[in-house]
Design a protein around this ligand. Structure first.
Ligand SMILES: C[S@@+](CC[C@H](N)C(=O)[O-])C[C@H]1O[C@@H](n2cnc3c(N)ncnc32)[C@H](O)[C@@H]1O
Length: 253
């Protein structure tokens, strides 16, 4: 069901097949140095030995972190995304295993497991998300840390009777999220119209969870909240925050 039809995409690559991977490293946006550097700063600071990135993608964060001397492993579902790592300068320093972060194990014990850029939401069941926390804990040494960066659901922008929150409107592009507040599912929708009038509609499913639910998932997995920030600048989470960066600690020995 996943992967766009008629593109030659491999369904095993999930929502990030070749047609998406090909444009993922476009300059600017999430790839801009001023976006990447604060993430790498925090991860380098928290790392105290080898680290593991769940859903490592094309190495947007893993490669610059490895360049600072931190040993980085990654797990990634999409072969199309992962294959780009080895072809980038410094990419050979990142050891990647193709697999599912809910269950794939890699050898070694890590000081930090991290999962950034909203990707916990790509696992669309509560059981699956708990499995991600369990799998993170299983890779951590006692006292090791699990970090998640994820947007907070925009439910405060939903008036009664409405389920859609637009987040982007630009020439040739409209983006909107559609929420089901009963099931905690939402879809992120991207409509792109090329100058020749040809259109493309991508609809990606997510599951949202409040920070408190994630704290319970962490407890189920034997971890406790250590830090919760509103962003990579370690600012305080407030009612106006649009995302959180949370760090849980596996119980020390
Ligand atoms: C938004 S990208 C983030 C990639 C990278 N972490 C970054 O920050 O650029 C999400 C990535 O998660 C991967 N992914 C989604 N579900 C996954 C799963 N269950 N196990 C492993 N990787 C997964 C996708 O294939 C995709 O490469």
């Amino acid at each position: 069901m996943i992967g766009e039809t008629g593109t030659g995409d491999d369904p095993a690559d999930g929502w990030f097949p070749e047609s998406v991977a090909a444009g993922y490293d476009a300059p600017g946006g999430a790839n801009a140095p001023e976006v990447v550097a604060p993430v790498v700063d925090v991860l380098e600071d928290l790392a105290d030995g080898p680290v593991l990135e769940f859903a490592v993608g094309t190495g947007r964060i893993a490669i610059p972190l490895a360049a600072r001397g931190v040993p980085v492993d990654g797990i990634e579902l999409s072969r199309a995304m992962a294959e780009r790592i080895a072809s980038k300068p410094g990419g050979d320093a990142v050891e990647v295993t193709i697999g599912d972060m809910t269950k794939t194990r890699v050898a070694g014990e890590f000081s930090l497991v991290y999962l950034v850029f909203n990707t916990i939401g790509n696992v669309t069941t509560q059981d699956g998300q708990v499995d991600v926390f369990r799998n993170a804990a299983a890779h951590l040494r006692p006292g090791g840390l699990f970090l998640i960066e994820v947007g907070l659901p925009d439910l405060r922008r939903l008036p009664p009777g409405q389920d859609i929150v637009p987040f982007a409107m630009a020439p040739g592009y409209v983006g909107f999220d559609q929420y089901d507040v009963v099931t905690q599912q939402f879809t992120s929708n991207h409509v792109t119209v090329a100058p020749d009038g040809r259109g493309r509609f991508r609809r990606i499913p997510f599951r949202y969870a409040w920070p408190a639910e994630m704290d319970l998932m962490a407890r189920i997995a034997g971890m406790r909240l250590k830090y919760r920030w509103a962003d990579w600048d370690r600012s305080e989470l407030t009612a106006e925050s649009t995302k959180h960066v949370s760090v849980w600690e596996r119980a020390p020995r």
